[in-house]
Design a protein around this ligand. Structure first.
Ligand code: OFO
Length: 166
């Protein structure tokens, strides 16, 4: 297959594996907060990223290309809050989207139409990925406000208790 496209897909499939490890590190940070639901959600995100990588690998192999597995920098392990995890995730997904779009451009310029067709799945997937994180961020913000509202109600019930004379 076209060498330029083969190399660009290899770069992207390795970034998908890197993405999986980015989310695995986040999952383990969330473990420290005992947020079991978020841990579960990020574990599935890890699995999804590995599936994205596998889909690219299958495609390269089907086209007679050669898969090359590369290394990547350490993922970030420390965060200040759930919100920071989610905002970092959304920024990461925007970078993935930028890379997928660049890949579509390369495949189009190289007249590799099977690759352009295959990449449409990833273009659609990125719309969902960005939407998932955007909505989660909004929900966490809403829940935070609701929590503050409840705490405010509780604090409003406090009454002054005069010091009684001994
Ligand atoms: Fe593979 O889409 Fe997220 O990173």
């Amino acid at each position: 297959m076209n060498k330029k496209v083969e190399q660009a897909i290899n770069t992207q499939l390795n970034f998908e594996i890197e993405s999986a490890f980015v989310y695995m590190a986040m999952k383990n940070y969330l473990e420290t907060l005992s947020l079991d639901g978020f841990v579960n959600w990020f574990d599935i995100q890890f699995q999804e990223e590995m599936a994205h990588a596998q889909k690219f690998m299958n495609y390269l192999n089907d086209r007679g290309g050669r898969v090359e597995i590369l290394g990547f920098p350490n993922p970030r392990n420390e965060f200040a809050s759930v919100l920071e995890v989610l905002e970092t995730s959304l920024a990461h997904e925007k970078e993935v989207t930028r890379r997928i779009h660049a890949l579509v451009k390369t495949a189009t310029e190289e007249n590799d139409y099977p690759t352009v067709a295959m990449l449409q799945w990833y273009v659609n997937e990125q719309v969902e990925e960005e939407n998932n994180f955007t909505r989660l961020i909004e929900k966490v913000k809403l829940v935070k406000d609701a929590g503050l509202y409840m705490l405010d109600k509780e604090l409003a019930t406090r009454v002054f208790v005069p010091i009684t004379a001994a």
